[in-house]
Design a protein around this ligand. Structure first.
Ligand SMILES: Nc1ncnc2c1ncn2[C@@H]1O[C@H](COP(=O)(O)OP(=O)(O)O)[C@@H](O)[C@H]1O
Ligand SMILES: [Mg+2]
Length: 359
């Protein structure tokens, strides 16, 4: 058990703590049993004073949004000086744990799927007048691993707290920053105006963050780097260059190119010039991307450096090197891969194929 609560504690006469899940810069997250509704929920409680002040605001904001791509806020409990936010429990992992543990980038179809879901969730929030302010991989929860059966944005409005931490961190220098999980996690995705004039942020700041996440997912690189050095690069807002592999392979470059252009459109310095979430939903809907199930396997045979077979759960799936998204070297026997399989003459065929780290 970590944090202030232990298994068996009951909050608001209704929520019984089951177990500690995780914590970020600003809050502890627990699984709790809602004894009234007889279901398991997520219970969040702030870590410090500045967080406490904003917790109710965040709950009120988030509760306005009803959408499958947004984690549902269920309740808010105040007991003495303690605050608790009750949210739909998502039995999965956040985007960085679900997708970026075994690989630093994703193939364009997976990126498009994440983009599409996130744009839809964000559009719903923006329609309700809610600005997230802290979009980053750990605030996106996913179910179904690489097959992504569900994607839900969480922690709307908590961002106000992140902002306080960031200001504190910036004033305290690199040391504070490196000890502040929140600031470190949020900074690479922050819009220039969110850094410069945080009180003036609009919906467009979320659009920038979404663009920065999409660039990260597609290239494996944060668009403006990490740490305090990112700040002046973000302020400059110069188009970040992708690594060469992203646009080199003609099997992937049309979609990768469109995604990059969308990310660049989102990361324009002038907030007014950025697309709206609705624009992004429409654009994602017009993209041609595959939504097939993903499987993991191991390369079991390679011929002429050009084609080979992937073995996965007893199946042999044909692949061509051109269907592999990523930088050299080429796949070799024993490499772990993530792929989708299509019916083919003889063996099924894999497309796309992504190298992942060995478990
Ligand atoms: N509704 C939820 N259901 C299940 N797990 C959650 C939920 N919300 C957050 N978490 C988990 O708790 C972790 C910590 O959350 P949080 O304190 O907001 O940290 P961060 O600042 O990294 O977002 C998240 O990374 C996520 O894995
Ligand atoms: Mg969070």
């Amino acid at each position: 058990m970590t944090g202030p609560l232990s298994a068996g504690d009951v909050i608001g006469d209704r929520y019984e703590i089951k177990q500690y899940i995780d914590e970020g810069g600003m809050q502890f997250v627990y699984a709790a049993i809602d004894k009234l509704a007889n279901r398991v929920v997520a219970l969040k409680t702030p870590k410090n004073n500045s967080a406490t002040k904003r917790f109710r605001r965040s709950a009120v904001l988030a509760a306005k949004v009803n959408h499958p791509n947004v984690a549902k806020t269920l309740d808010y409990v105040r007991e003495g000086d303690k605050r608790y936010l009750i949210e739909e429990l998502i039995v999965g992992a956040d985007l960085s744990k679900a997708l970026l543990k075994k690989t630093s980038f994703l193939d364009p179809s997976l990126v498009a799927k994440v983009f599409h879901y996130m744009a839809k969730g964000l559009a719903a929030a923006h329609h309700a007048g809610v600005i997230h302010r802290d979009l980053k991989p750990t605030n996106v929860m996913m179910v179904g691993g690489y097959s992504i059966s569900e994607l839900k944005i969480t922690d709307f409005g908590i961002a106000k707290m992140a902002e306080d931490e960031l200001v504190e961190a910036a004033e305290g220098g690199e040391q504070t920053l490196s000890t502040s999980q929140t600031a470190v996690g949020a900074l690479p995705y922050m819009a220039p105006e969110a850094i410069d004039t945080p009180k003036l942020v609009t919906r467009a700041a979320d659009i920038w963050s979404l663009g920065a996440m999409i660039f990260h997912l597609l290239t494996g690189q944060q668009p403006f780097g990490t740490g305090l050095r990112a700040v002046h690069k973000i302020m400059e807002a110069k188009r970040p260059e992708p690594p060469p592999f992203v646009l080199r392979n003609p099997q992937f470059s049309p979609l990768a190119g469109e995604l990059l252009e969308m990310a660049y459109a989102c990361m324009q310095k002038d907030p007014v010039a950025r697309p709206t979430a609705d624009d992004l939903v429409a654009h994602c809907g017009a993209l041609c991307y595959t939504v097939t199930q993903r499987a993991e396997g191991v390369v079991s045979r390679v011929e002429y450096d050009a084609w080979g077979f992937i073995t996965s759960e007893g199946r042999h799936v044909f692949f061509h090197m051109d269907s592999v998204f990523g930088p050299p070297p080429k796949l070799a026997v024993g490499d772990q891969v993530l792929f989708s399989a299509y019916a083919g003459g003889g063996a099924p065929r894999a497309y796309p194929v992504l190298r992942i780290a060995a478990q």
